[in-house]
Design a protein around this ligand. Structure first.
Ligand SMILES: [Zn+2]
Ligand SMILES: [Zn+2]
Length: 277
């Protein structure tokens, strides 16, 4: 009978097998990222550029070349993620992780619960890793690149320096060493992560202010890009609240964005805001 764990046993000694598995992970990762980022980009930044301009958080012209740079660096990060996840599978084949392949062995209830556990662990890890990456000595080597995009589009979701890409995924191996994780649950978690990360980098706001009190919104993370001294969280507005790192005017900014009247097409303000450099 076919056993996935046996198929992974060659990962350590066969570069071609390693490359094949890394390529499969890359196609999955890159494919869903491309769709998740392109749909809102085309809807908001191309079709809606003038039609939904009033919901754009930063009301200023944007550099035309930026999305391509964001896309290239995000693609590079996906390569790094794919190699690191293949290494986790290799470590699994050596018997060191608690990754399992039979869903029935722990049941679907646990399968779903493990996705929630990944979100909670990743969220807490991300807050503290993100604050560490803002330390002046670390920032310029690791995290500065992501902050080059002061007014991000969905393509900036994974636009990291390769060193940051390693930091971003470093929580996963320690968790896989102690918590049983099914590859299918990990795949679902990665898709959820991508979609929520894209929403954070959308540059447009559609949530009501009440959502922003408990969850990370596009405005929350956009403010981190324009004012990096606060707003370090990934999913839940928990650690930022506990540690006092939410900007005092966060809800005020969000309310201003979601209650703006639509821009009058053809007015000087509309022309100024819809132009790109
Ligand atoms: Zn960001
Ligand atoms: Zn940052």
């Amino acid at each position: 009978m076919y056993q996935p764990i046996d198929a992974l046993a060659s990962l350590g000694g066969d570069p071609l097998a390693f490359l094949s598995v890394a390529s499969i992970i890359f196609v999955f990762f890159f494919g869903h990222f491309l769709v998740a980022a392109s749909v809102p980009y085309l809807f908001l930044w191309v079709w809606g550029r003038e039609r939904i301009l009033h919901r754009r958080i930063q009301q200023k012209p944007r550099r035309r070349a930026q999305p391509m740079r964001e896309f290239l660096f995000s693609s590079l990060s996906v390569v790094v993620f794919s190699v690191l996840l293949t290494m986790v599978l290799w470590i699994t084949s050596l018997g060191y992780t608690r990754v399992y392949f039979e869903v029935d062995s722990l049941g679907w209830g646990y399968w779903c619960l493990s996705i929630v556990a990944m979100a909670v662990v990743h969220d807490t890890y991300y807050y503290w890793a993100h604050r560490w990456m803002h330390h002046p000595r670390v920032f310029r080597h690791v995290h500065k690149l992501h902050h080059q995009f002061g007014d991000p589009t969905p393509y900036a979701s994974y636009a990291f320096h390769p060193l940051e890409a390693i930091v971003e995924v470093a929580w996963f191996l320690p968790l896989a060493l102690v918590l049983p994780l099914h590859p299918g649950a990990v795949a679902v978690y990665v898709v959820i992560l991508t979609v929520l990360n894209v929403i954070s980098h959308m540059g447009y706001e559609f949530y009501p202010v009440s959502v922003g009190r408990y969850f990370i919104t596009s405005t929350h993370h956009n403010l981190h890009h324009s004012r990096p001294r606060g707003h370090f969280m990934l999913y839940f507005n928990l650690w930022d609240r506990l540690m006092g790192t939410n900007h005092a005017d966060y809800e005020e900014v969000m309310r201003e964005v979601v209650t703006r009247p639509p821009c009058g097409a053809g007015t000087p303000a509309w022309r100024a805001l819809s132009s790109s450099r």
